[in-house]
Write a protein that binds this ligand. Structure first.
Ligand SMILES: Nc1ncnc2c1ncn2[C@@H]1O[C@H](COP(=O)(O)OP(=O)(O)OP(=O)(O)O)[C@@H](O)[C@H]1O
Length: 372
């Protein structure tokens, strides 16, 4: 089945809606990638330490971590450029650890790579860049030309076949990179900081493309990024890696709404509302002026109007300082800061009782002498 036929056959899946597709991922436990206690050391550095991880068929798994955490080493082990010292890696049930270089070549054709800096050959046209892996695989020219035309149409670059990379924008170059990665119909697409060199608008268009490819072709994607927005907008699950170990993993909404580890909270900091600097700088633990509370709630999407209900239920009892509702994978994550006059114990009790009844997490972060 060609790429386009695959896309057509699964097009109806793309129209069923994201919620159902998220369900689909859950109901498809078959793993495309499986790592079992994988370790890799470089001298004194334990780049990967007993990493066990599965990427399920048809899901988008994001991997986040600080610089030097082991993300690239993990990717290099998956495409066979690096061999682990210990542990087992399987791709589509086939063990890839301990294979010869020749055997690894076959494995590599099952894994498409998308790079941060595109890695296109500047002396070759767009079509020739995309055709390269097919040529290496020995595909006949007529078949190759047909496939390249399909792939370029798929990534929206049908009119750029004869252009050279230098004449393309960053986003167009990345589309070529994605078309090339898909050329051999891989089981897995590895995206290594695929949007990190792109501006926000281009990033959005590349993410939309990756999401569409995942939904229409059912391709499994593992993406490594330091951009939490990328994970939030496209990934189904996320794993956090630190010092070569997976320290936390789960559905994106769950990890983003309830990060368990301090590092995860730090990585997600940019997505969370912060107290305005003018208030944070004056925060004290001594009772005075107004009590400042942080409120955190996560639940079904329909519960996203918690903030509105809160304001209607207790008019005038608190002031909203900062925050709002975020929607992740059809869940609402509500985070905000409020101020309550410290002298008004009754209001404080009413507010806390109402929030606790909604099962919101409430934490007093301190006091400020006056709100403004
Ligand atoms: N070939 C190598 N030789 C020696 N040390 C290495 C080698 N490759 C990786 N390391 C070390 O292993 C650790 C993990 O590196 P890796 O590149 O996997 O991290 P990373 O999470 O991808 O970082 P970044 O986000 O900065 O790219 C680092 O301490 C790195 O210095």
């Amino acid at each position: 089945m060609t790429v386009i036929e695959q896309a057509g056959a699964s097009f109806s899946a793309a129209t069923r809606g994201v919620a159902e597709e998220a369900q689909q991922v859950v109901s498809l436990p078959e793993s495309v990638v499986s790592l079992h206690k994988v370790s890799r050391r470089f001298g004194e550095t334990q780049a990967l330490n007993q990493v066990s991880l599965k990427v399920r068929k048809g899901e988008i798994l994001g991997i986040i971590g600080r610089s030097g955490a082991g993300k690239s080493t993990l990717i290099r082990c998956l495409n066979g450029l690096e061999q682990p010292d210990e542990g087992v890696i399987e791709i589509e049930g086939q063990r890839i650890t301990g294979l010869s270089e020749k055997q690894l070549q076959a494995v590599r054709s099952r894994v498409g790579m998308v790079f941060q800096h595109f890695n296109l050959l500047s002396a070759k046209t767009v079509a020739q860049n995309v055709a390269l892996p097919l040529k290496i695989a020995g595909m006949a020219k007529a078949e190759r030309d047909r496939r390249v035309a399909e792939l370029l149409a798929l990534v929206g670059l049908a009119d750029k076949a004869r252009h050279y990379p230098a004449a393309l924008s960053g986003g167009q170059k990345q589309r070529v990179g994605i078309a090339r990665a898909l050329a051999a119909s891989p089981a897995l697409l590895l995206c290594d900081e695929a949007t990190s060199a792109l501006d926000p608008e281009t990033t959005r268009s590349i993410l939309t493309l990756l999401k569409a490819l995942n939904q229409r072709l059912g391709i499994t994607i593992l993406l490594i990024t330091h951009e939490m927005e990328v994970i939030k907008s496209v990934a189904h699950r996320v794993a956090v890696i630190d010092a070569g170990e997976i320290i936390e993993q789960g559905p994106v909404w769950q990890v983003f709404a309830h990060p368990q580890k301090e590092l995860t909270r730090t990585l997600l900091r940019g997505l969370l509302p912060q107290l305005p600097e003018s208030i944070a700088a004056r925060l004290s633990q001594q009772k005075q002026g107004e009590a400042i509370y942080s409120v955190h709630f996560a639940g079904e999407e329909a519960q996203g109007e918690l903030l509105t209900r809160f304001a209607c239920a207790l008019p005038g009892a608190f002031r909203l300082i900062q925050g709002g509702v975020d929607h992740i994978q059809h869940y609402a994550v509500v985070r905000f800061f409020i101020a309550i006059p410290a002298s008004n114990g009754a209001d404080e009790q009413r507010v806390l009782a109402w929030l606790h009844q909604q099962q919101a997490q409430v934490e007093k972060v301190g006091y400020v002498a006056s709100y403004v």
